[in-house]
Design a protein around this ligand. Sequence first.
Ligand code: ASP
Length: 351
Amino acid sequence: MIALAQTTPAQQPAEPVVPPAHRWTLVVHGGAGVIERAKMDAKTEAAYRASLTQATEAGAKILDRGGSALDAVEAVLNILEDDPLFNAGRGAVFTAEGKNELDSSIMDGSNLKAGAVAGVTRTRHPISLARAVMEKSPYVMMAGAGADAFGAKAGLEQVDPSFFFTESRWQSLVKQFEKEGRPVPPRPAGAPPAGGPVVPVAQMQEAPDTHLYGTTGAVALDRAGNIAAGTSTGGLQGKMPGRVGDSPIIGAGTYASNQSCAVSGTGTGEYFIRLGVAREVCNLVYFKGMTLQQAADQVIHKELEGLHGDGGVIAVMPDGQLAWSFNTPGMFRARLVEGDKLQVGIYNDEP
Ligand code: ASP
């Protein structure tokens, strides 16, 4: 018997799968600390606000043309790393031996991939090096000369360590060490001659063990609904060579998961490491069902303060929630949501 060809009813074209529309969101920080209105002159304050605006707008441009959260985070931090006002890349604080040792990390919330570098001295953009570790090596974290060498092989710009030198950070170290009666290290090789122009930066106004402001961080949500976080810093002024803070520690200074949230922190890193601050914020959202703001406030104002730690976080979630929270008099910060106005803040009495 010959089988008759079966005619099948015409297939209905499948409904196109339209991903849920996300308004992109970007939150940036430039460090937390004892930043007081009375002690910051108008020109310096305006310079910080302008720099935060410029970096945030650059990241926003990427998100606005459909770019990824990861690209936006990296772009923002590249700009802040080159900006002498901030304690990351050029403008980083000095170790007790008068060197700049840079820490950074980045995390992609869509796949939990992460990259981090600690104590690098030659790669111009440590956040890009952290990303290269994430994307081009089998590792999550690399340190020191090996990390820089990997960066050179990956094609990232290498500079003489004196590239990171700024007169204001140097003077700040000298002032601190003279006050404490500690030996001032020799002026770094390759630094411009003393007496050159000094860009005023926010100065340390507290006990010498207080961290200096200017660590940089960014968190973003892109149109595809993915989130990412990154942090880049010179660490603590006068730190012992080899000291590593929270900024390159995944879960402490940086964390991102599309299941919960993306966080970047700034503050005295030892407390952030002990509390696993960034992951802790995300856990409170995920396991306790807190809003992002509640979770950030719980970690900063209860857990961090409980240990007498200082600092702050910025955070975003895939559903568009965003938050910042800090227990210091100030935190350099900015946020921009698609279609809204850019908001820049420094002091704790600003929204
Ligand atoms: N968290 C950084 C560190 O401890 C410093 C800072 O955020 O200011 O290295």
